[in-house]
Ligand binder design. Structure first.
Ligand SMILES: [Zn+2]
Ligand SMILES: [Zn+2]
Length: 117
């Protein structure tokens, strides 16, 4: 049907997500950008030319990218939303930073193994 294969998911999954999103990036700041020019809601649309990325192909991916530790499972079980490439990258980086901060916080030993030696 379309010339270029939609990223990540097949067109039977991608198309309904894009139609629901009106082919517009859903991001309202999840990527870390405030999208002030477009009133807090990213206005990138599918096929739009983006300076750094070229023609953008919106990506169908879970809204919460921190849940994407097992991408296959997440894609099957999570509601998908439309991401433009810069927001997707930004949100993934942000989720990765937050996951790292979280695991650093959890890195405190719950009990001291040496105490029993
Ligand atoms: Zn966006
Ligand atoms: Zn964004």
């Amino acid at each position: 049907m379309s010339a270029a294969a939609p990223p990540l998911v097949g067109s039977e999954t991608w198309l309904p997500v894009m139609e629901a999103a009106h082919y517009r990036c859903w991001c309202k700041g999840a990527c870390g950008a405030r999208h002030t020019v477009s009133h807090g809601h990213c206005d990138h649309i599918d096929g739009q030319h983006l300076a750094k990325y070229g023609p953008s192909r919106l990506i169908a991916a879970p809204a919460d990218l921190s849940e994407q530790r097992f991408p296959g499972a997440a894609l099957r079980s999570t509601a998908l939303v439309a991401w433009c490439p810069p927001c997707y990258d930004g949100a993934r980086r942000k989720a990765a930073r937050e996951a790292k901060a979280e695991s650093a916080a959890l890195d405190v030993p719950l009990f001291d193994l040496d105490a029993t030696a």
